[in-house]
Design a protein around this ligand. Sequence first.
Ligand SMILES: Nc1nc2c(ncn2[C@@H]2O[C@H](COP(=O)(O)OP(=O)(O)OP(=O)(O)O)[C@@H](O)[C@H]2O)c(=O)[nH]1
Ligand SMILES: [Mg+2]
Length: 340
Amino acid sequence: MPREESISVLVEQALNGQRRALARLITRVENRAPDSVEALALLHPHTGRATLVGITGAPGTGKSTLVNALARTLRARTFTVAIVAIDPSSPFSGGAVLGDRIRMGDLAGDRGVFIRSMANRGSLGGLAAATHDVVRVLDAAGFDYVLIETVGAGQSEVDIARTAYTTVVVDAPGMGDDVQAIKAGILEIADVIVVNKADRPGVQNTVRALRAALDLGHRFRLTGHHGSLIQTPAAPPPDYDFWTVPILQTVATEYTGLDEVVAAIHQHGAHLRESGIWAERERQRIETELAERLRDALLVQWTAAHAPDALQTIVERIIKREVDPASAVRALIDGNKPEK
Ligand SMILES: Nc1nc2c(ncn2[C@@H]2O[C@H](COP(=O)(O)OP(=O)(O)OP(=O)(O)O)[C@@H](O)[C@H]2O)c(=O)[nH]1
Ligand SMILES: [Mg+2]
């Protein structure tokens, strides 16, 4: 391996702010290259400092424009910003896609901004795990903020949102039925709601609809349970604190309302830290990640140790009703051939 490709050199260069090294390192980590394990081990002591913000919402609400405006606003306050744009439908991976070029026009040449697109991996381990590691690299590289943009409200978006400490859900007027536009699941993960395109007619209706939806089930959310809906209890448990989800208005194309968004992100971060929820969330994230990695690693290990068609053979036997899935798995991990 040539010296400049050695993973420890690459890590060192990335930690020293060399962008090309950082880009290459991210590619290795995203692709789960064999030496990415070593890279992540070297990076880990440097992580845990960045503010991780997820930005999600229905297609076309202006998420990319908002992320761009948010990055500019943060840069104006001398914070450094990394943007991870996740496009599940994109056939591209790791390279610049159209959205990046649009953004680069605005933020081009600014060394305090780093933009990365990720396409759906569609494979074992998946996008959420890959995103997690890429965010970790950017955190270690010293960016003050990592903004993670995802589309929609599918399970993978929810998983990705859990990478972040603060999740901003974006809606806009004229997206069809105002409450439908934000699918039920997405409000549950919102820490801050932004109604973008506030220059468009119908903005008050959108705000009202969102407030009504929040009042129905989400007026008070126990922030210790990220992503889960909990009804207002008579008295809060002593270790929890309530967070009232703010509904803000922006015109991202004109950078209007961005100071309020930054303020809400700061307030939410402060709330998480002061209440101790930050630490609890981090613990939950690590527990979940560890379990997922273990599961993935065991499957990879098992697959490597068995004939390429071993799982397929069992699938056939299950279809023929010779064995059931639960018994098959028990036999497999006991090292036996699954019997009837
Ligand atoms: N009028 C108005 N248009 C906006 C505003 N923000 C974004 N747009 C426009 O809305 C369109 C979609 O913006 P994007 O930022 O690409 O939206 P997105 O949510 O990232 O879209 P996807 O990534 O495809 O889901 C673009 O034409 C933007 O110029 C705004 O505040 N007001
Ligand atoms: Mg976008």
